[in-house]
Write a protein that binds this ligand. Sequence first.
Ligand SMILES: Nc1nc2c(ncn2[C@@H]2O[C@H](COP(=O)(O)OP(=O)(O)OP(=O)(O)O)[C@@H](O)[C@H]2O)c(=O)[nH]1
Ligand SMILES: [Mg+2]
Length: 302
Amino acid sequence: MRFFDKLKQGLKKTSSKLSEGLKTVFIHKKLNASTLEELHDLLIMSDLGASVSDKIIHTLKSQKFDKDITVDDVKNIIVDEITRILEPFAHTIPLQKQNPCVILIAGVNGTGKTTTIAKLAHHWKNQGHDVRLAAADTFRAAAVEQLEVWANRLNIPLYKSHEGADPASVVFRAFESSKDADILIIDTAGRLHNKKYLMDELEKIHRVLKKINPGLPHEAIIVLDATTGQNALQQVEFFSKTIPLTGLILTKLDGTAKGGIVVALAERYKLPIYAIGIGENYDDLQAFDAREFAKSLVDLDA
Ligand SMILES: Nc1nc2c(ncn2[C@@H]2O[C@H](COP(=O)(O)OP(=O)(O)OP(=O)(O)O)[C@@H](O)[C@H]2O)c(=O)[nH]1
Ligand SMILES: [Mg+2]
């Protein structure tokens, strides 16, 4: 399946909610104050956020007020507006030439961090880079094992320690041992913002890297589960208070009714969207394409 098809399929729950709503709102209707209000409600309920919804309504109003309008006209305007908002944030992870380029991955429990690391490692290894992994999720023995299974499958070296080891020291040793590598990706434990000791631990990992070199880590990426909708906004808010985030990766876009959250995130936090996860396999990671994403959101062809 092509990327666009898979994303479109994955966002079906989001897009059908929006599409069905649009059909109801715009049946035999001109664009008037009441249709605009109904449309605004619909956009808000698609997790796009108030600010983005306001912008879409404003554009529609200025272009089509009191005129006949089809559902496809509305979809096209939504797509253009969302594309305009998302385009500045559609980047891939810039790989620094320093050895190694250090990528720290963080986020709350179960968002897809470890799986995403396997996907990134696979992608970069395929491009010919020497990739290493650091298992700094020492909280659960199973977490290290999970990363190790991926490392073995992908034939990528992994640095690890015992359960309960200090994650910052794992990171330090991994860094010292991978100076001949191109990329070091650090897996961390999932943590909720109210678990202070875990947030302190993340801050410590970051601080230790900074002590090695103030330019480290080159990237500190938060992995967010797109199915959690509005909650993702708070996660970015809390994590960025602990460590300066450099970008986002959104996972589980292969089956969410809340895909609109991607737009709200980009608009609110102005962070690059480095990649999106569209499945559980190591090749289910895609670069983020603003227009294709926007079209998938409203289920617009071509
Ligand atoms: N459908 C789908 N599932 C995903 C995606 N990414 C991860 N998963 C699944 O989500 C679950 C959690 O993934 P993990 O990679 O273990 O998440 P984590 O953030 O490392 O979890 P913790 O380390 O426990 O915080 C697993 O069952 C993954 O297969 C995705 O893009 N799509
Ligand atoms: Mg994990």
